[in-house]
Design a protein around this ligand. Structure first.
Ligand code: FAD
Length: 469
C-alpha cells in the first residue's frame, strides 16, 4: 500500500481516522505560514495525541520514505512549518497540557503542543512565569518555541528559549522516541556508549533545530519569579548610535533591566498615522526601556536616565495602563507596517554594529531600488532587528542578498529572532552563509540520512550551531 489513501489508512490506525485530515479545505489552514506569503499543500495532516502515537506516526512515514513537516501553533514567520514540497504535516496540537509544576524548584514539565499562554496561566498561579514571552502566545507552542529558539522582549535578561530548557523528549527523524534528554547537562540520562555522544550533540543542537533533528514531544523548562513592580521609559535620541550607547550603558548599570527595544522615527510616524495621533517625542529614534523588580524600580530607572547625555526627551510610567500606552509605540509597529506593505527580514547583529548595518542597508536600497525605504525596529537588548523594506518588491531578491551580506560582514546572522525556515533558506543556498558546525552536520546525517524531517529547512543553528549568512 503506497497511495495517499493507503497512507491515510495506516496513519488513521495509529491516531484514529478522524485525526488524519486530507481534504484540501481543512488542510489549507496547515499549509501556509503566519505571514500568508508562503503557501504549500499538505499531503495530509496527522494529529497524534501522545508521544507514543507521534513516534508510531513518524516510524510509519519513515517506513514509506515519506517526508514530513512538524507543526506546532503555525505562528512561525519564516515558513519553517509549511509543507512547500507537499509533505505530510505532523501537528502537535493534540499533544497539549501541563504535566507538572514544581513551584519550589521553579520547573514545569509540559507537552510540546501546549500554547505558551497556557504555560503562563499555570505558572502565574504559583507566582512564576516562563521568561520567554511573545505576542503570538495564544497559539505558539512550547515545541515551536524550543525548535526556533525563540526570543522575546525579556530575552535580554533571561536568554532565549534554549536557555530555559532543562530536558526534552524527542522523536528522532526515523521514529525512535528518546526520553529524558537533559539539555542543561548536555547528556541523555539513559544513553550509553555511542548513543551517549550522539544524544549529547542532540541536546546541544535541539534548540533552534527547527524540526530538522526530530520532534520535541515534551519539555521540562525553568521558570522565573513574576516581577510585577515595573517601570517603563520611552526615550527619544538624536541618532541610532546614541540609542546603542544608551543601551550599552543600561545593560552595564541597570540591575533591574528587563526589556529594551528600538523604534526608528519612520516606524513611530506610521504608528501615529494609524492611530490618528502624533509621535510622543521628537527624535530620530525611540528606545523603550523597562525595569522589573520585587519593589518598584522607578528610582533606579529615573536616576540612570538623569545621568545619560543621549536623552533628548523621556516619558516614564509605572502603572499598567500608562506602561501599555508607552509599549504601544513598539507593539503596534507590525500592524502599522502591514498597512503600507513591503517585506521584512529579521536578522541578528552585535549591538555595536546596529548603526552601521542600518547605514549600509539604506545605501544598498538607494543603489538597488531608488525610492524604496527601510523601516527598522527590534530588540535592542539582544541585537535582533526587524528590517522592513517598503517599495522594493521588484528587487526583493537582490535587496535581501545585500542585507544578508551586510549582516554577515558585521558579524551577525540571518536566523535573527524567527529562524531560517524555508523563507531564508534561499539566502543560505546562495552561499552567503557559514556551514553549520561539523557535529551538527554529522548528527543530521546520522539521524536523518534520507532527509525526511523538515527537508526544506537547512537550519541547524541551535547553540554553537547558529548559522550565519
Ligand atoms: C504576532 C507574532 C509575534 C511574534 N513574535 C515573536 C517574537 O517576539 N519572538 C520570536 O522568536 N518569534 C516571534 N514570532 C514567531 C513565532 O511565534 C515563533 O517562531 C514561535 O516560536 C513559533 O511557535 P509555533 O508553535 O507556532 O511553531 P510553528 O510555527 O508551528 O513552527 C515553527 C518551527 O518549529 C518547528 N516545530 C514546531 N513544533 C515543533 C516540535 N514539537 N518539535 C520540533 N520542531 C517543531 C516547525 O517545524 C518549524 O520549523 C511571532 C509570530 C507572530 C505571528
Amino acid at each position: 500500500m503506497t497511495g495517499p489513501r493507503a497512507l491515510g489508512t495506516a496513519l488513521g490506525s495509529i491516531v484514529g481516522a478522524g485525526d488524519v485530515l486530507s481534504d484540501v479545505q481543512t488542510t489549507a489552514a496547515f499549509s501556509s505560514d503566519a505571514t500568508g506569503t508562503w503557501r504549500g499543500s499538505a499531503r495530509c495532516v496527522v494529529l497524534p495525541a501522545t508521544a507514543d502515537e507521534l513516534a508510531a506516526v513518524v516510524t510509519e512515514l519513515a517506513s514509506r520514505d515519506v517526508a514530513y513537516v512538524v507543526q506546532g501553533g503555525n505562528t512561525g514567520l519564516v515558513a519553517g512549518a509549511t509543507p512547500l514540497g507537499g509533505e505530510v504535516v505532523v501537528s502537535t496540537r493534540r499533544l497539549s497540557g501541563v504535566d507538572s509544576l514544581d513551584a519550589p524548584r521553579r520547573e514545569m514539565r509540559v507537552r510540546a503542543g501546549t500554547p505558551l499562554a497556557e504555560v503562563q496561566r499555570v505558572a502565574a498561579a504559583a507566582g512564576l512565569e516562563l521568561a520567554v514571552d511573545l505576542a503570538a502566545r495564544d497559539a505558539a507552542t512550547i515545541g515551536g518555541l524550543v525548535a526556533t529558539d525563540a526570543a522575546g522582549a525579556r530575552s535580554l535578561r533571561h536568554g532565549r528559549m534554549g536557555a530555559q530548557l532543562l530536558e526534552v523528549d524527542v522523536v528522532l527523524p526515523e521514529g525512535v522516541l528518546v526520553r529524558g534528554l537533559e539539555v542543561q547537562s548536555r547528556a541523555a540520562t539513559r544513553a550509553t556508549g555511542a548513543d551517549r555522544g550522539r544524544y549529547e550533540n542532540l541536546a546541544r543542537f535541539v534548540a533552534g533545530s527547527e524540526g530538522t533533528l526530530g520532534t520535541v514531544t515534551s519539555a521540562r523548562v525553568r521558570l522565573v519569579p513574576r516581577l510585577d513592580a515595573r517601570a517603563t521609559a520611552l526615550v527619544a535620541v538624536a541618532r541610532v548610535a546614541d540609542a546603542v550607547e544608551l543601551a550599552a550603558r543600561a545593560r552595564r548599570s541597570l540591575t533591574s533591566l528587563d526589556a529594551m527595544e528600538l523604534v526608528e522615527s519612520d516606524a513611530v510616524e506610521l504608528v501615529a498615522e494609524a492611530a490618528a495621533s502624533h509621535p510622543p517625542l521628537a527624535g530620530t529614534a525611540l528606545v523603550l526601556l523597562e525595569c522589573a523588580a520585587a519593589v518598584s524600580p522607578r528610582r533606579e530607572l529615573a536616576s540612570f536616565l538623569e545621568d545619560v547625555d543621549e536623552v533628548r526627551g523621556v516619558l516614564v510610567a509605572t502603572d499598567a495602563t500608562a506602561r501599555a500606552q508607552l509599549w504601544s509605540w513598539r507593539r503596534d509597529v507590525p500592524a502599522a507596517l502591514a498597512s503600507v506593505g513591503g517585506h521584512a527580514l529579521d536578522v541578528g547583529v552585535p549591538l555595536a554594529r546596529v548603526p552601521e548595518l542600518l547605514v549600509r542597508v539604506r545605501a544598498a536600497l538607494a543603489a538597488l531600488v531608488p525610492g524604496s525605504r527601510l523601516v527598522a525596529f527590534g530588540r535592542l537588548g539582544v541585537g535582533a532587528l526587524h528590517l522592513h523594506v517598503v517599495g522594493a518588491a521588484a528587487g526583493r531578491t537582490a535587496v535581501d542578498a545585500a542585507i544578508a551580506r551586510a549582516v554577515v560582514e558585521l558579524g551577525g546572522d540571518v536566523a535573527g529572532e524567527h529562524g531560517v525556515g524555508r523563507a531564508k533558506a534561499v539566502l543560505l543556498e546562495r552561499g552567503c552563509g557559514e556551514a553549520p558546525p561539523e557535529p551538527a552536520r554529522e548528527l543530521k546525517a546520522v539521524l536523518d540520512p534520507r532527509n525526511l524531517a523538515n527537508p526544506g529547512v537547512p537550519a541547524l543553528r541551535g547553540g554553537a550551531g547558529r548559522r550565519r549568512c
